[in-house]
Design a protein around this ligand. Structure first.
Ligand SMILES: Cc1ncc(COP(=O)(O)O)c(C=O)c1O
Length: 474
């Protein structure tokens, strides 16, 4: 099952340089197609082998090569098509319109007619979760500027909300009011949110669920506050939007977080996560068309002609729209529900295993994605051991914890059992580790006691170095 770590390319910076050489300029003569196809297949096989074990948290949401091959077949005929030029590709309008309609339906947009009859729910397909989030922020900012005259906008943002919100605020000159977590340390402190909305607040945010812990902020209470105070509420369902609704249908304890709540004004839900589409799409859904138009960009006096685009992207591949549409159309409600059932059952089984160790503690009340830590030892010792066994968790800080976002690959037979036996050994290892400092803690974990400015500078330099490396040749 596990890939051979000696020959696996995973975790190495430039594993292919020696095998295939390095292109430092466009080759004078093109390479043979057969050679290219063979290199592509070889690299993909080696990298797929890593997550196919089921030991990798998140990221490969469907984890089914047959599904991905089908999507690739749907992608190919439209890969070269620019979805911006709709006169040439009405297919893109069909795909995009139906993706949005299906997503709105999943988020119970029909309920809007009952509580806000003047509003017309609508949406956009964006390039991913971050794109959906920053685009929502742009719409809120522009709308607040033109309708409320707000020049120094702010949002009230849970500390656990995804960094994409900070990125968007950075891009669009929006101040962030950081809302701390409440008593369970995973969900936002609602009283803080209520107390910190001011005349310049354009929106508040809640996650369903949040990335660190997988838990769902009290969206019903946030919606009530937002509605009362006349500000927007963005629900970040990038992670949970396409799986939590099935959990509710299956009878799990999933609180309502969608357009059934009158105060919810926008929702991001990622088709490239639990929508099981290819990477590169997400949906941004609006309670009202009035708000969506504030994300549009229109230029009437450009020498190149009249220009208009719905979001941040200019040209986009029609292939991604086709493949995303195909994922939703082919799986159907029954397909999604059945995959979700397996994911929920697996996630709860894994959580029971964690709870079976008195040294470990699950944070909050998670469902498909959960995080755990320990009061007895640094959880990164557990991570160190599990890494040797091929597991790849996501690391957290404040407090140090590791999280497992359960996806298709974990639902394979034998993965839960492997988790149980590896975790039991890992707990033993963590109680008596070979070195007091865990090896993986430095990369993932918080600096004990909170980062000093020096430590923060150092970590930032490391991050810049990693980003530089990701875009370079050896
Ligand atoms: C809750 C949440 N919001 C937003 C994002 C950002 O999504 P993306 O990586 O597609 O930009 C993620 C990514 O994991 C997420 O978990």
């Amino acid at each position: 099952m596990a890939s051979d770590s000696e020959s696996s390319p995973v975790g190495k910076d430039f594993p292919y340089a020696e095998r295939y050489g390095v292109l430092r300029a466009i080759p004078e003569e093109g390479l043979e197609r057969a050679a290219i196809l063979s290199q592509i297949a070889e690299m993909a096989r080696g990298e797929d082998a890593f997550w196919e074990t089921g030991k990798c948290s998140g990221t490969m949401y469907r984890g089914d090569l047959d599904h991905y091959e089908f999507l690739a077949e749907c992608f190919a005929p439209f890969a070269h098509v620019n979805a911006l030029q709709r006169d040439m590709c009405p297919s893109a309008t069909r795909f995009e319109g139906e993706i949005i309609a299906m997503a709105l339906d999943l988020m119970h947009a029909a309920a809007v007619a009952g509580h806000h009859p003047a509003d017309e729910p609508c949406g956009s397909v964006t390039g991913g979760g971050t794109d959906s989030i920053v685009t929502a922020l742009l719409a809120y900012r522009n709308s607040a500027r033109s309708e409320r005259g707000i020049e120094v906008p702010n949002i009230v943002l849970p500390r656990t909300a995804h960094p994409a919100f900070h990125k968007g605020c950075h891009m669009f000159g929006i101040e962030v009011v950081n809302a701390p977590v409440g008593a369970d340390i995973t969900k936002v402190d609602v009283d803080f949110v209520a107390d910190n909305i001011d005349d310049n607040t354009i929106a508040v945010v809640g996650s369903a669920g949040n990335y660190p812990y997988g838990t769902i902020d009290p969206i019903d209470q946030l919606a009530e506050i937002a509605e009362q105070r006349g500000v927007g509420l963005h629900v970040d369902g990038c992670l949970g939007g396409f799986i939590l609704p099935w959990g509710e249908e299956l009878g799990y304890d999933v609180p309502i977080f969608d357009f059934r709540l009158p105060g919810v004004t926008t929702i991001s839900a990622d088709t490239h996560k639990y929508g099981y589409g290819f990477k590169g799409t997400s949906t941004l859904l609006f309670r009202s068309k009035e708000l969506r138009k504030h994300q549009y960009f229109l230029m009437t006096d450009w020498p190149g002609g009249k220009y208009f685009s719905p979001g941040l992207a200019g040209s986009r591949s029609g292939g991604l729209l086709a493949a995303t549409w195909a994922s939703m159309a082919s799986l159907g409600r029954n397909g999604y529900r059945e995959i979700a059932r397996q994911i929920f059952e697996t996630a709860f089984a894994m959580q029971e295993i964690v709870r079976g160790h008195r040294e470990l503690r699950i944070l909050g009340d998670p469902t498909f994605c959960f995080s755990f830590n320990s009061d007895e030892f640094d959880i990164y010792h557990v991570n160190d051991f599990m890494r040797q066994r091929g597991w790849r968790f996501n690391g957290q800080q404040y407090p140090n914890a590791i999280h497992m976002c359960v996806t298709g690959p974990q639902t394979q037979p034998g993965v839960v059992e492997a988790f149980a036996s590896d975790l039991a050994e890992a707990v033993g290892y963590a109680k008596d580790p070979p070195s007091p400092e865990p090896f993986s803690g430095a990369v993932y974990g918080g600096v004990p006691g909170g980062p000093t400015p020096e430590a923060d500078d150092f970590i930032r330099d490391v991050m810049v170095g990693l980003l530089d490396k990701m875009q370079s040749v050896p």
